[in-house]
Design a binder for this molecule. Structure first.
Ligand SMILES: O=C(O)C(=O)Cc1ccccc1
Length: 294
C-alpha cells in the first residue's frame, strides 16, 4: 500500500448493502481514531471482494461471515480457504433489519421477490405468511436485487431501509425479518503483511482437513482444545470439493493465536491434521444501531 493513497476498502456492492454499512463503520472508525483516510470500492460478489485483496487492487475487504439466524456464508469460507496470504484483522457484528421494497401498490400484486440468499432465508416465515405464492429469486446482494424494480411493479426486493432511501424506492413493509435480534458478523480481511490495527486479538479462526478414512480423526483434533480448556465459538464443515463425503472443518476459537495455550494447541493440531490454515487472530466489535454513522 502506498502511504499517501487513501486505504481502499472492498465490499459487496452495489452501494447500500449491509456489507457497505459495515465498511462505512470501519471507514469512520479509521478516520476518527487513526486519522487514516479510506475510500469504499464496491465489488459484484464476495469472492471478488476477497480476490481484490489477494491481487492488491484493494487493501481491506469487508465480507459477511455468519448470521445469527441463517448461519455461515459459504462463499466467504470457501474463498478464504482457496486464497493464500489473507488474514482476518477485525470482526464487526451489525444488527440487520430488512424491508420489502417495491413499486407495487399492494402486496397482492407481487409475483417475484429478489434478494441475497441470506436475506431471503432470514425472512422466510414472513414471506410464507404474506407472499405465499411469490417466486423467490437469489441475487448476489440485497442492492443488486433492487435493479429493475421501477420497471417491473410486480416485483419486490428485500433490502435495508437505507438502500430504499439511497435509490429513492418505496418501502412496502418494514422489519420483516423473522427474528428481531437478527445480527450478522463481518470479517475485515487484509494481506498477511498488513500492520495490525491496534486492537488486542481475542479470537482466532482456522480451518483444517483431516487424513481420509481415519476413525476419530475429527475427535482427536477437537480434543486438543478440550484438554487445554480452550473454548470454541463455532465449528462448521464444508465439502473439500475433491470427493463426496470429504470435509474441511472451520473453527472460531476464543483465544489469541499468540497466547501460550494456543501455541501448544497449534503444535498438537499440526500433528493430527492434514492441511491446517490459520485465517487470523482478531478482536470482535459489536456495532449498535445508534453508532452506524454515515
Ligand atoms: O447483500 C447484502 O446487503 C450483504 O451485504 C450480504 C448480506 C445479506 C443479508 C444479511 C447480511 C449480509
Amino acid at each position: 500500500m502506498n502511504k499517501c493513497e487513501p486505504l481502499a476498502i472492498a465490499y459487496l456492492g452495489p452501494p447500500g448493502t449491509y456489507s457497505e454499512q459495515a465498511a462505512s463503520f470501519y471507514l469512520n472508525w479509521l478516520k476518527s481514531n487513526q486519522e487514516i483516510e479510506a475510500t469504499l470500492s464496491p465489488y459484484p460478489t464476495i469472492a471478488k471482494s476477497l480476490q481484490a485483496i489477494a491481487t492488491e487492487q484493494a487493501d481491506i475487504a469487508v465480507v459477511p461471515v455468519e448470521n445469527s439466524i441463517e448461519g455461515s456464508v459459504s462463499m466467504t469460507m470457501d474463498s478464504l480457504w482457496q486464497l493464500e496470504s489473507l488474514r482476518i484483522k477485525l470482526a464487526l457484528v451489525l444488527p440487520i433489519n430488512h424491508a420489502l421494497i417495491s413499486c407495487a401498490d399492494s402486496l397482492d400484486n407481487i409475483e417475484t421477490v429478489y434478494s441475497h440468499p441470506q436475506a431471503l432465508a432470514q425472512c422466510q416465515g414472513w414471506l410464507a405468511k404474506f407472499l405465499p405464492n411469490a417466486n423467490l429469486i437469489a441475487r448476489n446482494s440485497t442492492t443488486e436485487a433492487l435493479e429493475g424494480l421501477p420497471q417491473a411493479p410486480e416485483t419486490a426486493a428485500i433490502s435495508s431501509q437505507r438502500a430504499a432511501q439511497l435509490y429513492n424506492l418505496p418501502i412496502l413493509a418494514s422489519a420483516i425479518n423473522d427474528y428481531p435480534e437478527n445480527c450478522t458478523r463481518f470479517w475485515l480481511v487484509a494481506k498477511e503483511s498488513t500492520e495490525n490495527n491496534g486492537f488486542n486479538p481475542t479470537h482466532t479462526s482456522l480451518a483444517f482437513s483431516v487424513p481420509a478414512n481415519v476413525p476419530g480423526a475429527l475427535v482427536k483434533a477437537l480434543e486438543v482444545f478440550a484438554h487445554l480448556g480452550i473454548n470454541l465459538s463455532r465449528i462448521e464443515s464444508r465439502p473439500t470439493k475433491r470427493s463426496l463425503g470429504e470435509y474441511l472443518f472451520f473453527l472460531d476459537i476464543e483465544a489469541a493465536v499468540t497466547s501460550p495455550l494456543m501455541v501448544s494447541a497449534l503444535a498438537e493440531l499440526n500433528s493430527c491434521t492434514e492441511v491446517l490454515k490459520i485465517f487470523g487472530s482478531y478482536s470482535v466489535l459489536t456495532v449498535n444501531s445508534e453508532s452506524k454513522k454515515f
